[in-house]
Design a protein around this ligand. Structure first.
Ligand code: XMP
Length: 304
């Protein structure tokens, strides 16, 4: 792929498709939506309105990061934590969780899109998203995957034919900062798919902290395709001579090309032990840490 050509054509296509109207998009801060925002900003300037929804299921420091990185765009930040946790109350089934998050996301997004009077929707769907959705493997929560009651006259998908590594090359060519270019994928439903069973504020707070530690320890040192922590359930432990019923955290780190298959990273045991001991000592309610050695297939990368 010739990067300059791709960028030129994508910008032109967005400009033509936008046709002088306002365009909204969901900006998560991942590489896909950031590349789309940069392309669209070149194409239509302030007529692009990126919307960031803080679902309460985002990684540590994410909302601050978005503000820092995209403060120059007319960015709408919507704090919607309350409604997401309410919608997830009592829900244990993974697909039902995804569905409810998708629904809330759509409702919040519609509300904002209406408020700014946008005619078109732009989204960062990439090639593997389309393939996996067609195969019915999971319901994706890119905005177009859900029924929108708002009638956009057009859906613009500038990177629909690209693989993830190609999106990263485009990010580099667009001059986006390396922290965006090399950012690991993060699932649309956020930390909810990294909590097995019901999603509660407490569980999300625990997995968010554990995830931040896993990222701190693994990203720079190993540059994995993706790494994170998930909360599996509870088990017994002993802390300060007292038996506790504490959380079990799984650490997962994989290499992959496009997320369709993946191999676990071979991490020296001493590093794993350090990660485990950081997680159990920095998060009092965690009793146990395990490292996931399963490739995809048979496991998926995420837990739900
Ligand atoms: P799985 O868990 O299916 O994930 O092996 C493959 C890749 O996709 C990411 N993922 C998602 N990305 N919306 C997304 O945009 C989603 O609902 C979603 N679920 C999983 C996952 O993090 C991995 O990189």
């Amino acid at each position: 792929m010739n990067l300059e050509d791709f960028i030129g054509k994508a910008v032109e296509e967005i400009r033509t498709q936008a046709g002088g109207e306002k365009v909204v998009m969901a900006l998560s801060g991942g590489v896909d939506s950031s590349v789309c925002a940069a392309l669209a900003s070149q194409a239509i300037g302030d007529r692009l309105v990126p919307i960031y929804v803080d679902t309460g299921l985002m990684r540590k420091g994410e909302t601050e990061r978005i503000t820092r990185l995209f403060g120059d765009l007319p960015l709408h930040i919507v704090r919607a934590e309350e409604r997401f946790f309410t919608a997830l109350q009592g829900v244990e089934d993974p697909e039902e969780k995804r569905k409810r998050i998708g629904e809330q996301f759509i409702r919040v997004f519609e509300q904002e899109a209406r408020a700014v009077n946008a005619r078109h929707l732009l989204q960062g769907t990439i090639y593997p998203d389309r393939i996996e959705s067609q195969g019915g493997i999971k319901s994706h929560h890119n905005v177009g995957g859900m029924p929108l009651s708002i009638a956009f006259s057009r859906i613009i998908e500038p990177i629909r034919d690209l693989y993830k590594d190609e999106v990263r090359e485009v990010a580099g060519a667009l001059g986006l900062p390396p922290e965006i270019q090399h950012r690991m994928p993060f699932p649309g439903p956020g930390l909810a798919v990294r909590v097995i069973g019901e999603v509660t504020r407490e569980r999300v707070a625990v997995v968010r902290e554990a995830n931040a530690i896993a990222e701190e320890e693994l990203v720079e040192r190993y540059r994995p395709w993706q790494c994170f922590a998930a909360l599996l359930g509870k088990g017994t432990g002993v802390k300060g001579d007292v038996r506790i019923h504490g959380w079990i955290i799984a650490v997962r780190a994989v290499n992959s090309r496009d997320g369709m298959t993946a191999d676990p990273l071979e991490i020296p045991f001493s590093d794993l032990v350090r990660i485990g001991s950081r997680i159990t000592s920095e998060i009092p309610s965690v009793a146990r840490v395990v490292y996931d050695i399963t490739p995809k297939p048979p496991a998926t990368i995420e837990y739900e």
